[in-house]
Ligand binder design. Structure first.
Ligand SMILES: *Cc1c(COP(=O)(O)O)cnc(C)c1O
Length: 365
């Protein structure tokens, strides 16, 4: 038996006709950049989240960069984010020329640790980028109160958390801006790159839209230098199809996670969900002492797994100029050797989960 980590082929089989029809419509109307499919997606995605504006951009990385840039973040500023994320988060901060500052994470949620965050605030701190890692919301009530007290902007990295919520409010809608990625394997994925910024701030929405389109107000009236980062029409047309499935697919992920929890909770550390949170399980991450050995044995049994992430951001070669030591991020440095992401996607069957769980039990007991 082969258990893939994500299964975009099964997903495609479920929606094949609709995807083909959506593509055909775009080829027929011939508007490949901006146009009706993009507008429809921006509006329905914003509506789904419960936020005023949605702006389609080229990727999740661009979404973060453009949002930070349009909030005025730049040289001389510091922006704090979590040590546990994909490099896109810190890369986007550096792209604005601000300095990235890392905070360690919490052992229970794998999300940014609010105490460590507090210890990293300086006079130059302008913003915080919480990452709803693996699909688990950060406690946005506490984080928002903290940010308000310190006059910090919040730009949420919701690239792994489409549809996740905290106290019934969807992530991405708490901060000054929320950023999403539609990379193919994300919970809502395109068939190529794509991203979106969402915000309730009219001015910020206008600015992001302008910045992402060469800083123009009309065709050749460029008010500022911006960049070229757009969600293309084909991807938007595909996302319009997939958005209708997102809730159902998310529910399937949640029940797969609970099935995993029930079969694995005695033998490995299963994910903890904070009170009031809807975790959408972009990744299903467990923890165990002999991770590398188990991972190798699972691979021999045809089970694909992942490690998110093998090296905490501040300890990557890319940040060697900061000179960080593992002891600067004790939690991240110790957990990186124990975390293991098991297959998780909306087409996982109970039979597959049982197989994965059974194999883990054989190796651990
Ligand atoms: C995927 C991802 C991004 C970047 O998204 P792209 O669309 O690939 O640029 C940013 N942050 C996190 C946490 C991600 O997982």
């Amino acid at each position: 038996m082969h258990i893939p980590f994500v299964d975009l082929k099964s997903q495609y089989r479920e929606i094949e006709n609709e995807i083909k029809e959506a593509a055909a419509r775009v080829f027929q109307h011939g508007i490949f950049v901006q146009g009706p499919d993009v507008t429809e997606f921006e509006n329905t995605f914003a509506e789904y989240l419960g936020v005023k504006h949605g702006i389609g951009v080229g990727s999740g990385t661009d979404a973060l960069y453009i949002a930070l840039k349009c909030l005025g973040i730049g040289k001389g500023d510091e922006v704090i984010t979590a040590a546990n994320s994909f490099i896109a988060t810190s890369e986007a901060i550096s792209m604005t020329e601000a300095e990235v500052v890392f905070a360690d994470y919490n052992t229970e949620t794998y999300n940014i640790d609010l105490n460590d965050l507090a210890s990293k605030v300086s006079k130059r701190t302008k913003a915080v980028v919480p990452v709803h890692i693996y699909g688990q919301p950060v406690d946005m009530e506490k984080l928002s109160a903290f940010a308000k007290e310190h006059h910090l902007f919040i730009v949420e990295d919701a690239a792994q958390a489409h549809g996740a919520s905290f106290k019934n409010k969807k992530v991405g809608t708490f901060g000054h801006a929320g950023c999403f990625s539609f990379y193919p394997s994300k919970n809502l994925g395109a068939y190529g790159d794509g991203g979106a910024i969402v915000t309730n701030d009219d001015q910020l929405a206008k600015k992001c839209r302008m910045f992402a389109d060469h800083g123009r107000k009309t065709k050749y009236d460029h008010q500022i230098e911006g960049c070229n980062s757009k969600l293309d029409s084909l991807q938007a047309a595909f996302l319009n199809v997939k958005l209708k499935y997102l809730e159902g697919w998310t529910e399937r992920r949640i029940s797969s996670a609970s099935f995993y929890n029930n079969t694995l909770k005695e033998i490995v550390a299963t994910p903890k969900v904070i009170s009031g949170a809807r975790h959408v399980y972009h990744l299903y991450v467990v923890r165990m002492k002999n991770r590398d050995q188990v991972r190798k044995q699972l691979s021999e049994k045809g089970i694909d797994t992942g490690i998110h992430y093998p090296v905490p951001l501040p300890l990557l070669e890319a940040y060697s100029n900061f000179g960080y030591e593992p002891s600067d991020f004790p939690i991240a440095s110790s957990l990186k050797d124990e975390i293991l992401s098991l297959p998780m996607h909306e087409h996982l069957t109970e039979e597959q989960i049982e197989y994965v769980a059974d194999q883990i039990k054989i190796f651990i007991q």
